[in-house]
Design a protein around this ligand. Sequence first.
Ligand code: MEV
Length: 426
Amino acid sequence: MSKKTSAISGFYRLSIKERVKKLREFANLTDEDQSVLEAFGALDAPTADRMIENVVGTFPFPLGIATNFQINGRDYLVPMVLEEPSVVAAASNAARMARQTGGFSASTTDPVMIGQIQVADIPDLEAAQKKITEQKANLLKVANAQDPVLVKFGGGARELQIRRLETIMGPMLVVHLLVDARDAMGANAVNTMCEVLAPLIEDLTKGRVYLRILSNLAVYRLARAEATFPAKALGGSKAVMGILKAYAFAQADPYRCATHNKGIMNGIDAVLLATGQDFRAVEAGAHTFAATREGGYQSLTYYEKTPEGDLQGSIELPLAVGLVGGATRTHPVARVCVKILSVKSANELAEVIASVGLAQNIAALRALSQEGIQTGHMKLHSRNVAIAAGAEGEEVDQVAQKMIAEKRVRFDRAQEILAELRKNPT
Ligand code: MEV
């Protein structure tokens, strides 16, 4: 059997039906998977009603496929859900460049989450700290007894750390419970363990436990990815310089860095959504991680020029994602998306997501430091504007092309062009 390739040239030129056909071949999708994709709104009422409260409908988003990704020697077609044009094309384009030098190399730490137990009103902080430390083994044992399935799969509570905080409400101890969540995102397992430990910790500290909840700053659950982007593919040494200058700008200025990291999250969130993850958790963790770096709020990516003049890029961020539990299992389209990725573990999913974040960032920096993003963006956007203005059939491209030529992609101009076209058909 020939090796599967995600380098499908002209994927964007195919009809939706033809794209699904290619995807089906690549990911061995079944008739049922295909019908889920083609249903355009495959989240049925009973499933939606079970997922959240007060359901009145569902809210479909476009699902696109980023091509060309090669990560740790394996080819991936990457599902992305988002409303913003250009993002899928940009990720595919950057992945095509990275492919020329062997694609992305990605790795993860063990999937260790942090649970926090806040203890206040402690009469003797030193004594309390000592008591918790003495009882560490027992506390971990009690925590693990809550989740025999996780323990069976090689996960579970691993460590206890005690931190002392000076707060506006006086001193507090915060107990961190470190839990290896394996293929789960881990929120349920961690929160349950923290709640179970709370009365024991109150007993030991003679204090009062308030919050028992996981931290989204998952610094022990990091994903990393790196790739070399050939100068030639990027547009030459000037393009490399432009990207390095853009990177330096982000590192020096939080106003720019917020947008720089937002661009990274464009790609990351899109894969998180497609696979039914808690994207708010990852967003919170990513930005806080960026903010706790030395030197203040920093880029999640790093760049340097190689001795050959190419661009070496890397990314590191906390990525708490899961394959068991949550919407990943209940949402029918998310299930198909996980199948398309064919990832075997939450860590492998995190490696794909980190690679997409890096691809997204380099594509944005390259465009911004050269022609600007509006050219490409407006090309894609112009058709939407034409349709919104009432263009139909061939009129759509005619109106769109005229707006692009005039560099005026606006609703009012689309209406004028359409009216002229209809008055004087060519
Ligand atoms: C737009 O959604 C994302 C960008 O602003 C990212 C960036 O500026 O790096 C293009």
